[in-house]
Ligand binder design. Sequence first.
Ligand code: ASP
Length: 433
Amino acid sequence: MSNNNKLEDKKKLSLTARIVIGMVAGMLLGGFLNLVFPDNAFVEAYLSQGLFYVVGQIFISSLQMLVVPLVFVSLVLGTCSLSDPSKLGRLGGKAVGLYLITTALAIAFAIFMAVIVKPGSGIQLTSEAVYQPNTAPSLAQVIIDLFPTNPFEAFANGNMLQVIVFSLLFGIAMAFVGKPGLRTKALFEDFNEIILKLVLILMHVAPYGVFALMAKLFAETSFGTIYTLGKYFLVVLITLIIHGLVMYSVLLKSLTGLSPVVFLKKMREVQIFAFSTSSSNATMPVTLETVTKRLGVHNSVGSFTVPLGATINMDGTAIMQGVATVFIAQVFLVDLSLMDYLTVIMTATLASIGTAGVPGVGMIMLAMVLNQVGLPVEGIGLIIGVDRLLDMTRTAVNVTGDAMVSVVVAKSEGEFDEATYLDPNAGLTMRDN
Ligand code: ASP
């Protein structure tokens, strides 16, 4: 009896509520430490670089630890369970097409916003940090690199596109090989259950992990730069919010007829994971769980579209790049032509392929974009100071885009369960066990 009561008490607060509390409490504590004990050696050594750092890093590492095994097992299962393996080409085409189109839309919208608001006008031309750009790989190399020469190396390096290609081929072979394929499938189903259990366990400790990540960040960030770059910061933020809430809702409604409110409600946890880890990649286990168990996308589609999206689809990142390019052009008094804007849209859209969803990668891609239109790469030094918070927000948009496209593709392929989508409690009972 008393045990039951305890259990009831525990269940009163939903997991989402607990994660939100962890996030807000972390922000408040970190902000408090930042304000009241600035540059305090104790706070730095024992909290921001101590407890918060250790707990936060363990949380992120544990999420990342699951990514490769999860993608391999669930994608192999998804591929070999496709009712018709010839669907794969069409499914892939739709997913890649939608990912590219939404990214291009996002960046075009961002450029439009930045041209109208002019966040860079009147800003002094000084850059605080020197930025060393990485060189962009050629498109041919990106395509060749999709195919691993050694799958174990791809697994070990976490090269997601190569892991995806190997898993797809493995799954297709399994579907065609008869009995050995069926036996292996049963084994993979068991593995899948086990990995999913691990994901759920991690979600239960997420409030603490998220708390630590936020506390460290808010204890260390100097918010002064945000004030100086306020206009740039706000344009990126507002464009991200409009894209994440309005654009996706319109696309979802018009392409599937499904309610965007249900979608956004169920995506809250995923967005918080993305926001606090700044990594689509580390968030992937939670995105996949939500997309398949709560939004009704069959594993045969979700196991493919979610990891693919986390790797190649970065609408939020594209938005930052669009605003940043216009901002830097305005600061350096460079006039961009319509052709330049089109080049920015093309480059940023293509550059998002093959770039992993990890913190800060958007800046590396921005250097490529700036190079393409002849803008000074040093301009990145101007905005890098406020990038961390924007990175968090754009990652939340990135993962929302991955899930939205997954739903659209699944629905159009008939690999979708509408009852699960509409059920507010779908997938929740699993979490409580
Ligand atoms: N952090 C982003 C992501 O993981 C990428 C970026 O914009 O830097 O999706």
